[in-house]
Design a protein around this ligand. Sequence first.
Ligand code: HEM
Length: 406
Amino acid sequence: MRASASIDLMSESFFANPFPTFARLRTQAPVYFFEPFQCFILTRGADIEAITKNPCFSSRRAREMLGSLGVLRDDAASKEMLETWSRLVFFQDPPRHTLVRQLVMKGFTPAALERFRPRLASLVERALEKGRRQGEMDVVADFAEPIAINAIAELFALPEADRPQFMHWSKDLLKPTSSAVRTDEVRDSVRRTSHDMVVYLRDLVEKRRAALGDELISQFIAGEEGNPQLAGEAVFQTFQMIGAGFVTSTNQLTNTVLALLKHPEQLRALRADPGLTRGAIEESLRHEPAILSINRLCVEDTEVGGTRIPKGRFVHAMTAAANRDPEVFPDPDRFDITRTPNRHVTFGVGAHYCPGATLVRFEVEEALRALLTLPRWELADKPYNYQGSNFQDRGPSALHVRFPRN
Ligand code: HEM
């Protein structure tokens, strides 16, 4: 399909409902060259899996990605930012990826997170206080954001007073990826944020090194000390986890609540049988994922689904589109909390599979458990929008919900 002008992948209305566009691409141009970003867009499940296995597609793409977003200048701040981002696990290929990934996975095992669950439940309860008291809340600002920031902050034992700063930094780091806010001001501020966050974390890591505890920064330091090849990684991978773990969780918590509100019969089924909670979480992850895509840089001419991809091009593999591929999911647009099997690719495929997947699932599970103690949920008469959403992070910027008592 060559009618690129008619394919919209950038507007707020696209992010509000990207699925008709994905369906059109999947049937008419499953490997589509998107002129405005000079990149390929994939929408078929099989092709998305294929690029994660094809070594012609690389995750070592920090320079090219920051460059394509216009973030890099010819100055010291840009050099420092590139040095930081090039170290993140997200931007590695094997064998370096395998090594750094072992460090990152420390503390993110299901057993470790199960021990964290009671703490998580109490964070959720605290976040619901306003909703319980006032019978209404903004699911984003009052509920999802406090859960997401405090969960990650507790795991890394970030000082309570600095958590608003981390929330601000995490949002800031993602702004240049949104087509709505690609201004010089935003690009300058992301370089500053990257610098400030690294300076803060270097200091924190040194303090922890002097008195190791059992939180994740200390565990990263211990892993680093056992292996000279990992020297310095505690700072970078803490930066990575905090940067990756806040907006994503916020959006998934909000998207799940909204999906259930939009499908009242499914919400009723869940109330009637809380045993369906895990199914509701997986279906929300499939149907309304917080992340629309994964991306790779093509480092050698290759081919996907019969289309030639030249070296140097980015490929955005739309995981959210693969989740609606009728070849894989019968009646894919139907939101069905009893769907089995439900092998969505929201957390990616293969070596880079999201290390935060269990944490997110637990957060949503505890959130639903608490929210379902409120007998009724209703969307308040306030509009919501998808301003600020992008391929990496999709969710409403506010969502006002009422909890009538009868
Ligand atoms: C619903 C929420 C989330 C979604 C949908 C999501 C999705 C993803 C996806 C698709 C990838 C693979 C990227 C690729 O293949 O290039 C990924 C990687 C990653 N995610 Fe998540 N994520 C979520 C939450 C989190 C959280 C809460 C954390 C941290 C606590 C986190 C940390 C990471 C990290 C560090 C990577 C890089 C792993 C690697 O490159 O090996 N994510 N995530």
